[in-house]
Design a protein. Structure first.
Length: 113
């Protein structure tokens, strides 16, 4: 099994859910870091969500990593705080801000093939 580390970024995310990463056809991917930064001149909030590819079983629910997390002007938040999240093939990580061009996102993953 090979491990490949990847950085996925999205800039200027607004108030609609934006796909940051979709797990390719691999055995699994592990989120090892997720940073959301406020790029507005005012306070905003942000959501990060996992949309699962499974339609049944234990992984059938779409869940929030964070919901309406406050980000003061010019700040950034490391959402993971040392935690890891295992994703399966087809799972999607999505992020949204509270206003137009509110947040930038940096997502670090390890793909296991």
């Amino acid at each position: 099994m090979a491990n490949t580390f990847k950085l996925k970024t999205k800039a200027g995310i607004d108030a609609s859910l934006v796909t940051v990463y979709t797990v390719p056809t691999v055995d699994a991917s592990i989120i090892i870091g997720l940073t959301i930064s406020n790029v507005k001149g005012s306070s905003v909030t942000a959501d990060a969500q996992i949309v699962t590819a499974s339609s049944s079983g234990e992984n059938a629910d779409d869940v929030h990593i964070v919901k309406d997390i406050p980000l003061p002007s010019g700040s950034a938040l490391e959402v993971m705080g040392g935690n890891k999240i295992v994703l399966q093939s087809g799972d999607v990580v999505k992020v949204k801000g509270s206003t137009t061009d509110a947040v930038d996102v940096m997502l670090s993953v390890m793909e296991i093939t």
